[in-house]
Design a protein. Sequence first.
Length: 177
Amino acid sequence: MTNTVNEPTSTTNLDHSGSAALDWSRPRDVLVADTPETDLTFFVSTVRPDGRPHSAGVGAIWVDNALYFVSGPGTRRARNLAANPACAVSVRLRGIDLVLEGDAHRVTDPSTLEQIAAVYRSGGWPASVEGDAFTAPYSAPSAGPAPWHLYRLTLHTAFGVATAAPYGASRWDFTAQ
């Protein structure tokens, strides 16, 4: 069962130097403040059908306690997610490196597509909804050609390593034990 409020069900201190566990609000608040206006590079790692990893940069945004990203249906990333939704998303935020693990599923709900397209537009990418996908005059080459599918990450686990004071490292679990 997934924790739908996106607050951790448990926190584990991974720091062995005596620093306290980090609070989930630290990376969450930076995600809220910095996406989509700040130029952040997110990397989505998926699993190929033969078990080998695949990773690619994506333009991701944090909206209403969830991470969203796009991919063209013909990309390796989208084909991998269609076969196995398990993935990890990595990003360097202000003061903390973050890895988010979970399952990414395609979003086709018209109201969610419109909401997320509006957020992307506010950050400078002129996305519009066409059918159950996005179009725009341009996107990152790694996204493949339009249309682009929208994915939402259902968060299971996150790891954070602070790169600024207060230092520390933590694991946050978001699923029922």
